[in-house]
Design a protein around this ligand. Sequence first.
Ligand SMILES: *Cc1c(COP(=O)(O)O)cnc(C)c1O
Length: 426
Amino acid sequence: MNTNDIYQALGVSAAVLAYGERILGTLTEQFAAIDANAELGQAKVLAAMQKNRVNATHFAATTGYGYDDEGRDTLERVYADTFHTEAALVRPQLVCGTHALAVALSANLLPGDELLAISGKPYDTLEEVIGIRPSPCSLAEYGVTYQQVDLLADGGFDLPAIRAAVNEKTKLVHIQRSKGYQTRPTLSVAQIGEAIAAVKSVKPDVVVMADNCYGEFVEPIEPSDVGADMCVGSLIKNPGGGLAPIGGYIAGTQACVDRCAYRLSAPGLGQEVGANLGLMPALFQGFFLAPTVTAAALRGAVFAAAAYESLGYRVVPSSSETRHDIIQAIELGSEAAMCAFCKGIQQAAPVDSYVTPVPAPMPGYDAQVIMAAGAFVQGSSIELSADGPVRPPYAVYFQGGLTWPHAKLGVLLSLQKMLDAGLIAL
Ligand SMILES: *Cc1c(COP(=O)(O)O)cnc(C)c1O
């Protein structure tokens, strides 16, 4: 028995297999670049772990207040050294990415301050945090005002408009690296660096926060390497390596991270409290795996882009573009195609593979949403998943894959379901 026999037993036809192999043959260079970058990321993480003398005592569980939690404190130094920041807050008590972002914002903005978003409208869930959509406990309720500068039509920063928008009230600048559920290109770390320089040339003491979700380990450097005062993200995306069952991180300057810790726990307590509840093995090992897991997800994204591009679909980014996050958008053009694609991704999953995803209403969306996810960790999007609002251009957002072979099987099965539904011809 060989791999293709098993693939056929799992429902991939010889025609789809052959198509997949033909596409893969064109991706040698991209895959080599992804692997070289993973090697760099792995070396960064290993260097940080060795410098901080990670040892077995750091994996012990703590409970209660969590005073003198060596494991937690060491993990935070490992993150800080990897991101080249003075400090980091890495906690299961940061319950998700939105929470980490909300803590970073509310800790560093006071009544009368202004928040300036310079990469357009922030991720959906931040609208309520900021108060763009009125919400109890939003920053707006606490007297923090908000201004936004949209990206240019080509997806780049509008530097003159950004410089003009900075005023005496501007305290914190928000930059979102990943496109989220938008069709704009993802921002590169180099572009983010230019924007930070522009902001700081007008007002050197402004705090810059980068929403780094989905971006970690995709490039050799992070926004914190180009002047961001805080990098914020979710542990059930790239940096958790698939093993973290919960958590968020904020890596940045000591002054910013201190305030975040006071906001997360309480003024006076800060980083000293917060039991690790036995999660240290998963958070350390997940961070150790994160560079190669991110690389697996990137290979899957490039394969999906190439496979669908070659069939005539619009994909963002294209298979040959340099990547700045792990998200692959594919405009499938119809509800039927979205359903077929998601059915294939779901069928490839280790968990809930027998389930058929169907579009359903979701709070906060004006269209039904379809989601394929067969994850070990609920909602984890570093695990292979696909989702999107069912409305023109009928784009699915494909991301994750803890291993490259799993991501590959997902893409093959998506093609199979498209073929079976008569939506493509190979
Ligand atoms: C996922 C994501 C968030 C929010 O993270 P959650 O863990 O879902 O709360 C914020 N910003 C971006 C760009 C994201 O991709």
